[in-house]
Design a protein around this ligand. Structure first.
Ligand code: ATP
Length: 225
């Protein structure tokens, strides 16, 4: 990976956006760009899980999802396709990934784990959920197609952590929670993209062009798995 060099004296602001990225779509990428802008981040690590712990096996192997992610990001400033989970054995726990980012960027770095509202709803079931807050702030991105109230276990987990704005969040290196309503909330999901590809439907303007071209060229996602 290219080494991050901060050009400012304040601690770096870095986010992780983990996921299956099966495949990456414009909902992911636009969210990552707007997240970087909204929080004035130095970098957003987009990190495909090799083995997502809480769902079935992805449609494509990790290295292929990573290759599509790289194509999708292209030369977008601040976005980085990160292969660290692809090269790790065992389930891809976000707490371990955040620990490795913390090692890389240092104790004072402002570290963010960003996730969509759908993923946030299941947070209490994740591996070591309290450790996530010891390592990073959580930023929850609203998704127009996912609204649900929070379960009691989740409310307990986030109790007292929520703040109203980025300045309050970045007063400390980790431990806070911020909900963000980004400008371009997009009702795009990888499930719907896979479904369209399976049935030969158009995925134009749901995916970056380069990702669509590669999927078509290789005939990916055409068959039920
Ligand atoms: P699937 O439909 O296969 O579950 P997905 O589209 O939700 O996939 P993931 O790879 O599971 O994509 O998502 C990675 C992260 O990005 C998750 O935190 C998810 O909530 C978030 N995310 C995905 N799509 C969007 C979107 N359109 N807007 C905002 N966040 C999104």
């Amino acid at each position: 990976m290219d080494t991050f060099v901060s050009d400012s004296v304040s601690p770096p602001r870095v986010a992780m956006l983990g996921g299956t990225f099966d495949p990456v779509h414009l909902g992911h990428l636009r969210s990552a760009v707007e997240l970087a802008e909204a929080l004035d981040l130095d970098r957003v690590h987009m990190i495909p899980a090799q083995r997502p712990p809480l769902r079935g096996a992805p449609g494509l192997p990790g290295h292929q999802r990573l290759a599509l992610l790289r194509l999708g990001i292209g030369d977008t400033p601040r976005l980085h396709a990160d292969d660290r989970e692809i090269h790790r054995d065992g389930p891809s726990y976000s707490a371990d990934t955040l620990a490795s980012l913390r090692d890389e960027y240092g104790e004072q770095a402002r570290l963010v784990m960003a996730l969509g509202h759908d993923a946030f709803l299941k947070l209490a079931d994740w591996h070591q959920p309290q450790r996530l807050f010891a390592l990073a702030h959580l930023v929850v991105l609203e998704r127009p197609d996912h609204y649900q109230p929070l379960a009691p276990a989740l409310r307990e987990l986030i109790d007292g952590r929520e703040v109203d704005d980025p300045a309050a969040l970045f007063a400390a290196p980790a431990g806070g929670l911020l909900r963000l309503s980004l400008e371009s909330r997009m009702a795009i999901s990888a499930t719907a993209v896979r479904e369209r590809l399976r049935h030969g439907g158009s995925v134009r303007y749901l995916l970056p062009e380069a990702v669509e071209r590669e999927i078509m060229a290789l005939g990916l996602y055409r068959h039920e798995r």
